[in-house]
Design a protein around this ligand. Sequence first.
Ligand code: F3S
Length: 425
Amino acid sequence: MNTVSLALTPHETALLQGEGGEAARLSMKIIVRMAEILNAPALQEISQAHIDGCGLLSDASLQFAETMAGHQARCAVPTTLNMGPIDLQHWRDFDIPQEYAERALRQGKAYEDMGCLPTWTCAPYQGYLAPRFGQQLAWGESNAVCYANSVLGARTNRCADYLDLCAAITGRVPCYGLHLDENRQGEILVRTEEVPHEWWQDNTSWSVLGHLVGAFAGERIPVLTGLPTSASSDQFKALCAAAASSGGVPMFHAVGLTPEAPDLESCFGGRAPVATKVIDVAEMERGRADLSTAGAHGKLDEVFLGCPHFSVDEFRQLAELLQSQPEGGFHPRVGFTVTTSRATDAVVRSSNFHAILARWGVRVTLDTCVFHTPLMRKSSERIMTMSGKCAYYAPGELKVEVAFGSLEECVRAAVTGWVPPVGGR
Ligand code: F3S
């Protein structure tokens, strides 16, 4: 039941009364109803949106996008797009029915017609328009939400599909949750001091940590201690994606690393943590093993990388590893696919390492992800990945066995054609 009355500004009232056009009226009506359900006392002005609702294709999603575009909707704030249901440029290279592709293209066009920027990526924080500290956002996509709140110190709840477009059109969201100071404090403590320092150089350790933290935290905000200040954007990306998969972590603090975590006391606002977990070597090994469902030494069918979308530096590391392998290429049975954004792809294509990736036959797909488009061969039974998120979802979503390992292990397995034993870290 509603206990708080919602106060609207004159501009918000005008939009609700249709003075900004039909799309803005509809959007404001939905935002206001959501605010009432959430007991939000006011709406929050935002300065950026990231649309997740563009990733699924259904009759309803297409109708929603085309209806809004048909009403001449325009984004009121800079708005980026998460991945889409197909590789919009190269969909013919995959086993995608023409009719499905045409509907996906129509949906993509509707979003772009409304002024959304065709970024088509689930790692928007690594590209154009990365938010700055304190910026209020309406972002969808769980890994991006976790990264924006934690690593950048921007402020967003996990904006629901379709509400994200309403927010982009009105420049407003219900003011609750992580938009407010009081809801951004740590709730649980996770200590990592017992993990050997050098393990953090391996990006997969961050995925494993995220997997463990997500399972422990659920939707609570964890405060992490003991992590190295050298943490890279790709490492935080791996942590966020895994923590928002095994759990629903919308934000974390890493003491001494993330912008709202200068020290332990400020993270908790002077309160004591409600629970504490110590992550040590045994826990990390358990978490790593947990991400693999494939037994060692099974035949490998495919490697999938880029969940979240691969960065330029990850491509560079991949090229270096490929160059260090004996010539001969991947095992003929093994497919090797990387998903990324078109912006990253453009940089990689102009790099001096692109020729190595091309020579090895690395298949690069843009705009989409393995869970939304048929990238995997129907005959594949066993895949390998360095992504905690991909490893977590693949057994259920793709009905395959998964081996989780480092980038180097993925490359070696693709060359030999066999799943390696689960590593010691
Ligand atoms: Fe991105 Fe798809 Fe993974 S949206 S984070 S590649 S599940």
